[in-house]
Design a protein around this ligand. Structure first.
Ligand SMILES: Cc1cc2nc3c(=O)[nH]c(=O)nc-3n(C[C@H](O)[C@H](O)[C@H](O)COP(=O)(O)OP(=O)(O)OC[C@H]3O[C@@H](n4cnc5c(N)ncnc54)[C@H](O)[C@@H]3O)c2cc1C
Length: 381
């Protein structure tokens, strides 16, 4: 399957990435889960290794490997511990945003730091009353001389408390439709008026920082406006397509690991004097898991290919996200089933895969919203 999409460069990069992750991430993957904290050191090492830079030109310290390589890297990290990938995702997305929409001076100042993992990012859109409906955000940015004054709050923000750069979506013009009155601002940590809290624990993807932001008269220079004023909503829609492929790849990484664990277990677990892999009902599970995974990866890599070909891939990105998230949960659940009682304990990783997989039907746009997008695009025809 990979031969359909991977160039020699991507095959070579995969070997390098796998060997780096085996050395650096594999030994600590369970500690992350147990301690419920991703060590910042692993993110920094990944940054130095170039794992934050596939969508960033070499000129700005990226690797410029492209989106198919990015999906491959995301799968490889997620096979080992998807929470680490979820923490990397906002850095990838905000690197993409800076590269595509920011000014040269901003690229020099910020993008180079993001490309190498020297600065960690958060994408701050969701609010208490604006989840699926992102156009309903209430955070405001008011122009005052050469500054903007930001007021409002954000919810569920990944890397809250860990990030150096918070990219805040806010309404900069109250007099027009929010789709044309929204802008993006870069707010650096420790700025007066920014309060961050992490008041809850998550069902899965344990180890990530996630929390709420409050902005009270946060004053930032006008140079921290990213992209054109009023274009924040459009830029966000562009970023969302990349996010959907990233999250699909995270799901596929979980599913790859769940299938692998299931095959190993089924070949070694003896019942009725035979390995359970010899029973046809178990074989059916393995066959269906493998087929769903193949379909999910084909959807993801083919959408990534469209992106590399500079073609519209909005519908395909939503299809990949909706399908990969649904199937990774199904595959993880079957993995637990194949492991029997052991699967329901934390002695085996499959229970974690199942809890982790559920997140992806919610984060980055729910399955319902993906289906609305797919239907909208289909009905245009
Ligand atoms: C762990 C985690 C990390 C996150 N990280 C970030 C982050 O870094 N940055 C960020 O900005 N946000 C982040 N989010 C927020 C995430 O994007 C939202 O939770 C998600 O978009 C859904 O919004 P909501 O929770 O308000 O649900 P709601 O929008 O309230 O939806 C509730 C239910 O109603 C359904 N629904 C809503 N509208 C419709 C409709 N029109 N038709 C049919 N069904 C509908 C939804 O599909 C869902 O099932 C994160 C969330 C989590 C849980």
């Amino acid at each position: 399957m990979e031969n359909l999409f991977f160039t020699d460069n991507v095959h070579a990069a995969k070997k390098k990435v796998m060997s780096f992750l085996q050395k650096e991430l594999e030994p600590i993957k369970n500690d992350i889960n147990r301690a419920n904290k991703i060590p910042i050191a692993i993110l920094k090492k990944m940054g130095k290794e170039g794992l934050f830079g596939p969508l960033i030109p070499q000129k700005y310290r990226g690797t410029e490997l492209g989106i198919i390589a990015h999906c491959m890297i995301t799968e490889e990290i997620s096979k080992i511990n998807v929470a680490v990938s979820v923490s990397r995702t906002p850095c990838i997305l905000m690197g993409y945003l800076l590269n595509k929409f920011s000014k040269e001076q901003q690229k020099e100042k910020y993008l180079k730091q993001v490309a190498t993992g020297d600065k960690i990012c958060s994408i701050c859109v969701t609010e208490e009353m604006a989840g699926s409906n992102v156009a309903d955000i209430k955070t405001t940015a008011e122009k005052k001389g050469n500054s903007y004054l930001l007021n409002g709050s954000k919810k569920f923000i990944t890397n809250a408390g860990l990030s150096d750069y918070y990219f805040i979506w806010a309404i900069s013009n109250q007099n027009v439709n929010p789709r044309g009155g929204m802008s993006v601002f870069l707010v650096e940590k420790d700025i007066p008026g920014l309060r961050i809290e992490n008041p809850y624990n998550l069902m899965g993807i344990n180890g990530i920082y996630n929390g709420n932001l409050e902005l009270k008269n946060v004053e930032i220079p006008e140079e921290n406006l990213i992209g054109m004023e009023g274009n924040g909503f459009n830029d966000l829609m562009d970023v969302f397509n990349i996010e959907r492929l990233t999250l699909s790849s995270e799901c596929n990484g979980i599913a790859l690991a769940a299938l692998e664990e299931s095959k190993n277990y089924a070949k070694t677990r003896i019942q009725f004097n035979k390995p359970i892999a010899s029973f046809q009902l178990i074989k059916l599970k393995i066959a269906e898991m493998a087929t769903k995974l193949q379909a999910a990866r084909l959807l993801t890599f083919s959408a990534a290919k469209l992106s590399e070909m500079k073609l519209n891939f909005t519908k395909e990105a939503s299809m990949a996200k909706a399908y990969s998230s649904k199937t990774s949960l199904e595959i993880a659940s079957e993995a637990v089933q194949i492991h029997g009682g052991n699967g329901y304990t934390d002695m085996y990783p499959v229970e974690r895969y199942m809890r982790d997989a559920k997140f992806f039907m919610i984060g980055g746009g729910t399955t319902e919203i993906q289906n609305l997008i797919i239907a909208r695009e289909e009905l245009k025809k």
